[in-house]
Design a protein around this ligand. Structure first.
Ligand code: PLP
Length: 374
């Protein structure tokens, strides 16, 4: 039996054909028609005016915050329950992340805490320079109240939709809610280019400015002329070709991951002490990862014992994100709340969720977990 991975790449003949087309056309260095087409297709899928293909989701977050004029001395509200890249880009710019706890009902950033924090800071005259939301494990944050609070205080929103391509909130696509949105195509995401990212925005001028900064801020003259500090952040044409093939299969991949989520719910539903990440009624996730919470006393084993038992059967699972306020690197960052995300980490486990998992793979996972129940 082969190893079961958490969320491995799922590529096929379409990606291979597009990659070879890019190779054979000699559009290798580095931009080219597949980059343009991938951007247009992503903009259409996300319902935005423009998209910019970049080397990573982190690069996209970095450029977006830079263009939102985040800089030294600023505070930026960031959910504590996320991958570290969401906060690192704030630090790159000399600003300070302020880590906000999760809402237990969605696991995403708590809109009530954001509203309270903005009100408190408004009274003190120290509003944050931005709020970064995270569409966690493929489920959108609660944009109704979040956008209302931010609009009230004039705080711009950056949507980190790295994990959520194809998810929706109130019928609108993930990535379309803030001043800008960001996707990641790293190897474990719902679609991958091996490594890559995309910045999207309703504002064509924002995308144009990001495009300029992502190509070393070169002025439109024949020689190399520079008036700004830029970056080398563009996605290569070869990788964009792979991304186009992956995007064509996005809906099938979401359907498959939804099926995996349903299979786990059905297979584990009678076990005591096991619950699932709640499916918020306001939208439809892309089911990137299926995550459970384990009440050790009721179940008879904790999430780490489950992880080790799965590993012994050559099955990869992973703890939920360790909250950033518990990370040594952010131990001095201000935190708003924190107990909910700490508990989600203590009890949480992400189960294998890749779109190429077979029914037999899922049965192996369910059998190992069921076998541990006390
Ligand atoms: C929430 C979140 N933000 C940002 C990133 C960074 O994306 P990348 O790895 O493409 O830089 C990731 C994933 O890696 C992520 O899960």
């Amino acid at each position: 039996m082969s190893r079961v991975y958490l969320s491995p790449p799922d590529v096929g003949p379409e990606e291979r054909a597009l990659l070879l087309d890019a190779f054979d056309s000699n559009w290798i260095a580095p931009l080219g028609p597949h980059v343009d087409a991938f951007e247009a297709e992503m903009a259409a899928r996300t319902g935005v005016a423009g998209a910019l293909a970049l080397t990573s989701g982190t690069a996209a977050l970095h450029l977006a915050l830079l263009l939102m004029e985040v800089g030294p001395g600023h505070d930026v509200l960031v959910p504590s329950q996320t991958f570290v890249a969401t906060a690192n880009v704030v630090t790159y710019l000399g600003a300070r992340p302020v880590l906000v706890d999760s809402d237990r009902a969605t696991w995403t950033v708590d809109p009530a805490l954001v509203a309270e924090e903005l009100g408190r800071r408004a009274r003190q005259g120290r509003l944050p320079a931005a709020l970064v939301t995270v569409d966690l494990y493929g489920q959108c944050a609660d944009y109704g109240p979040l956008l209302a609070s931010c609009a009230e205080y004039g705080v711009p929103v950056l949507e980190d939709a790295a994990e959520a391509l194809g998810a929706t909130y109130g019928g609108e696509p993930a990535g379309s809610f803030g001043t800008a949105g960001v996707f990641s195509f790293n190897g474990n995401k719902i679609i991958t280019t091996s490594g890559g990212g995309m910045l999207v925005s309703h504002d064509p001028a924002f995308v144009a400015r990001a495009r300029y900064l992502s190509t070393q801020a070169r002025q439109p003259v024949v020689h190399y002329e520079h008036t700004d500090i830029g970056f080398n952040y563009r996605l290569s044409n070869l990788l964009a070709a792979v991304g186009r093939g992956q995007l064509r299969g996005l809906d099938d991949r979401i359907a498959r991951r939804r099926g995996i989520n349903e299979r786990y719910r059905q297979g584990l539903r009678t076990l005591p002490g096991i619950s699932f990440m709640p499916h918020a009624p306001y939208g439809e996730p892309n089911y990137w990862l299926t995550c459970i919470l384990v009440e050790a006393a009721a179940f008879g084993a904790g999430p780490e014992e489950i992880r080790l038992a799965l590993e012994a059967e050559d099955i990869e699972s992973r703890p939920t994100w360790k909250p950033l306020h518990l990370q040594p690197v952010y131990q001095d960052a201000p935190v708003v709340g924190g107990s909910v995300s700490a508990e989600l980490f203590e009890k949480g486990l992400c189960l294998p969720s890749g779109s190429s998992l077979s029914e037999a793979d899922l049965e192996r996972v369910i059998a190992v977990i069921s076998g541990l129940a006390g």
